[in-house]
Design a protein around this ligand. Structure first.
Ligand SMILES: Nc1ncnc2c1ncn2[C@@H]1O[C@H](COP(=O)(O)OP(=O)(O)OP(=O)(O)O)[C@@H](O)[C@H]1O
Ligand SMILES: [Mg+2]
Length: 376
């Protein structure tokens, strides 16, 4: 019954004065796919969503929903004819209307009445676990319940494409977790195509088939959560996704199994790299699980020890580079302690030459040690 609602963006660009909010973005979202869009504040996420919804007209490029071009050089389909469901970060409920009034609003606008109207409102409320709440007003609901009303209002139109802009941003940790589960269940049930904006990487990783990472209006990488974590395309992605460090190294020789031998100030290691990686300077992304405390390895000094519940995060200074690792209970060192760190794995960031400027090649604590903790 449902229409095909894949999404194709080609060279989509939007400028506000001298700001290029969205810069030549190419993305293909398969029908039924859950795509998360992740990136720092101001990188263009909301503008991208507004372009897809039709609230903004692109300055360049083409945007198609299913097989229909909705924005292009000579085409512009208005938002109400794109048949997309949208959930904004601020729930934007009408305070004077009941829950039922809010959820049914798009149906009334579309002229749906009587039994069909009541049945669809009931079904939408049931799907977000709010059966029986129809007579309440938004002020009589918790934040999470309001968020679910906003979701029900989107679901009631049975959209085949849903756009969600940080829908969980205002919720506490526990509510976020349960709403995350609801989004996952909803997606599994409907197979609606979802574009889900967040700046929370753990949320993106938990929900999405693929994640598009944006930076300065551009999409820098679109990949599965696992690939983003293990094989970041740029230094920005490496620092933004997961914990870890970026270490300037020299790629020396190719080894078996697509790996390369690298040398850095404090030793050598065998690490992963993209096929065809040539010798020369590079940036090594090392995650906590790529490091081991041992008898051999680079000498370092413990700088910081943070208990994370279960494991303990330890930052070790090794020749001016801060490496982040995770140690189990019972093996926790103390600040100032000397130890040796072996690099057992890592990934050579396949960065363009301009990504290797000293500013990014140097360790950036704020980026590389950013927490992956879901409780953040
Ligand atoms: N209507 C507008 N007029 C002028 N500039 C705008 C407008 N909307 C957005 N911008 C600018 O475009 C850029 C991208 O904004 P956008 O809202 O898309 O970012 P975002 O990634 O959603 O950020 P956040 O995570 O903070 O919500 C920013 O520099 C912003 O200031
Ligand atoms: Mg935004």
């Amino acid at each position: 019954m449902r229409e095909m609602a894949g999404l194709t963006l080609e060279g989509v660009t939007k400028r506000f004065g001298s700001t290029t909010a969205v810069d030549a973005v190419d993305i293909r979202v398969a029908d039924g796919e859950f795509l998360a869009v992740l990136g720092p504040s101001g990188c263009g996420k909301t503008t991208l969503l507004r372009l897809i919804a039709g609230f903004e007209r692109p300055d360049g490029g083409t945007l198609a929903i299913g097989n229909t071009v909705v924005s292009g050089p000579r085409t512009f389909v208005p938002p109400e004819r794109r048949r997309v469901g949208i959930v904004f970060q601020s729930y934007a409920l009408w305070p004077h209307m009941t829950v039922e009034g809010n959820v049914g609003y798009p149906l009334r606008t579309a002229g749906v009445k009587g039994g069909a109207y009541r049945a669809r409102v009931e079904a939408a409320l049931a799907s977000v676990g709010l059966t029986g709440y129809g007579v309440r007003r938004p002020a009589e609901l918790s934040g999470g319940q309001r968020q679910r009303v906003a979701l029900a209002r989107c679901l009631v139109m049975e959209p085949s494409l849903m756009l969600l802009d940080e829908p969980l941003a205002n919720l506490d940790v526990h509510l976020r977790a349960s709403m995350e589960a609801e989004f996952a269940a909803f997606h599994a049930k409907t197979r609606a195509t979802m574009v889900y904006i967040t700046h929370d990487q753990s949320e993106a990783m938990a929900l999405a088939d693929r994640i598009a990472v944006m930076d300065g209006g551009r999409v820098v990488q679109v990949a599965t959560p696992r690939t983003l974590y293990r094989e970041p395309a740029t230094a920005m992605v490496a620092g933004f996704i997961g914990r870890g460090a970026l270490v300037p190294v020299t790629v020396e020789t190719a080894e078996d199994g697509g790996r390369v031998r690298v040398a850095w100030e404090r030793g050598t290691a065998i690490v992963r790299a993209a096929p065809g990686r040539r010798p020369g300077p590079g940036l090594l992304c090392v995650r906590p699980e790529d490091l081991a405390v041992g008898e051999t390895g680079a000498p370092g000094t413990v700088r910081r020890v943070v208990y994370k519940g279960g494991a303990t995060a330890v930052e070790v200074d090794v020749g001016g580079v801060t490496l982040a690792l995770s140690v189990p209970e019972g093996a926790v060192p103390h600040p100032g302690q000397s130890l040796r760190i072996a690099v057992t794995d890592g990934w050579i960031v396949p960065a363009a030459a301009d990504d290797l400027t000293p500013a990014t090649a140097a360790f950036r604590p704020e980026a590389a040690v950013r927490e992956a903790s879901p409780a953040a």
